[in-house]
Ligand binder design. Structure first.
Ligand code: AMP
Ligand code: MG
Length: 421
């Protein structure tokens, strides 16, 4: 299934009879099986760890919370001191328990002690009555019945127990993870060095947006887009510029890129045409597999390896490059970076209008979410319309076996936020 197959010249989205184009889920499974982390591990303080991939499980040095403590301001007491009904009245003990200043003594039965949020529960108490519910006078407090056992008490270790795995390796560290690490007494974490990804665009027609374009030239839109997509995943981008459609130049660019990078992402020249040198040079330089995946937008992807460095040859059309990057290159690169394989959330939304769809391939449309759980598709499927990428909030995914979609039908929606965008 992954070997060379005859390329279709006229309609690259057609499914040739008798030849299997690999369904997207199968292609992803294959990719998932092949990628393993390639980046070195280093120790970083919490200030430097945001967005990094955790390389080893983070084990709690202490429980959090470290001890039972008060969830509210009020009075700590033993539930056993209360009667089932009627007004409750307890003697108020001298002193108090505050966060960082625990009460040293024991609270006897029939007594209560002033306590503030976060204070360790004093010996002899197991619940807290909120100060708003209490009247205090003449050295006593009184309040209504019905306080539950353990009320307003946070249990020691209820978040994480000492010795437990606080954060699992492979996690891309979020601000919440940093809080969790600190809460269990971890000041440093073992993280992967960021993945270094070289990126270049191919095409004789390409020029820089600052250039005066020659007739027939177009501005290189893919490089800033792909660099941005890569940076959004926490990777370090090595910008290798533009490379003309010329076998020697492409070969030199690939050879150079793999010296400095953990992975290479290119756009353009990836299918089997006369000027599609990426595929040809990848074949010459290393292992190259033409990925004929049954998806739209997309063309054969040139996935290859030069030495230990994987190369992702994406299509030149900006929309196809964007979608192929997100669906295939992103999860593979994240695995190389040490992260868990990122399974994507898919939200069921209702289509506002119909969509043409051919069974036998997965199709991705640019979709915008409307109030009430509806999603609208972009006015055109044109693979060069970058405005549709900006207009949309995410991708509508029409599954492999599905045919034409009518207005009102439910579709899967993957928000760009799921890709960290
Ligand atoms: P290719 O995959 O090289 O056949 O390119 C397909 C289409 O995408 C052609 O119309 C190219 O001009 C266009 N294209 C290729 N690379 C870029 C790029 N970096 N920025 C914008 N458009 C591109
Ligand atoms: Mg080209």
């Amino acid at each position: 299934m992954w070997g060379w197959l005859e390329m279709l010249k006229n309609d690259c989205f057609a499914l040739p009879p008798g030849v299997d184009w690999t369904p997207v889920p199968e292609a992803l499974d294959a990719l998932r099986d092949r990628m393993t982390p390639v980046t070195a591990v280093e120790t970083r303080g919490l200030d430097d760890a945001l967005g990094r991939v955790l390389a080893e499980d983070a084990i709690a040095r202490r429980s959090t919370p470290p001890a039972d403590n008060a969830a509210v301001d009020g009075y700590a007491l033993a539930h056993g001191s209360l009667s089932a009904q009627g007004t409750q009245s307890l003697a108020l003990l001298d002193g108090r328990a505050a966060a960082g200043a625990p009460f040293a003594g024991k609270v006897p039965p029939g007594h209560a002690l002033r306590i503030l949020t976060g204070a360790v529960m004093p010996a002899g108490t197991d619940c807290v009555v909120m100060q708003e519910d209490v009247e205090a006078a003449n050295g006593r407090i009184s309040f209504g019945s019905g306080l539950k056992p353990g009320a307003n008490r946070r249990r020691g270790g209820e978040d994480i127990e000492s010795g437990a795995t606080a954060i699992t390796a492979g996690r891309i560290l979020t601000p919440a993870d940093l809080a969790q690490a600190a809460s269990v007494g971890l000041a440093t974490l073992a993280v992967h060095r960021p993945l270094r990804v070289a990126v270049f665009s191919t095409g004789d027609e390409l020029c820089d947006p600052a250039d005066d374009p020659a007739p027939g030239a177009i501005f290189d839109a893919n490089r800033p887009m792909l660099s941005g997509l890569l940076r959004a995943q926490g990777f370090t981008v090595i910008d290798k510029g533009r490379v003309p459609d010329n076998a020697a130049a492409i070969r030199a660019a690939l050879t150079e890129a793999v010296c400095h990078a953990d992975a290479v992402v290119t756009s353009g020249g990836a299918s089997g045409g006369d000027e599609d040198h990426i595929a040809r040079e990848l074949t010459a330089l290393g292992a190259m597999t033409e990925w004929r995946v049954a998806m739209k937008p997309g063309r054969p992807l040139a996935l290859g390896q030069i030495g230990q460095v994987p190369v992702f040859g994406l299509p030149g059309n900006p929309v196809a490059a964007f979608v192929c990057f997100l669906i295939f290159a992103r999860p593979a690169l994240l695995r190389l970076a040490g992260a868990e394989w990122p399974d994507l959330p898919r939200f069921p939304l209702t289509m506002t209008g119909p969509a043409k769809k051919r069974a036998g391939r997965t199709e991705y449309l640019r979709g915008r979410v409307l109030p009430g759980g509806q999603v609208e598709k972009f006015r055109s499927e044109g693979s060069g319309l970058i405005s549709g990428l900006r207009w949309s909030d995410g991708l509508i995914e029409l599954a492999h076996d599905r045919g034409r979609v009518e207005a009102g039908e439910t579709v899967d929606f993957i928000p760009y936020s799921a890709f960290g965008l």
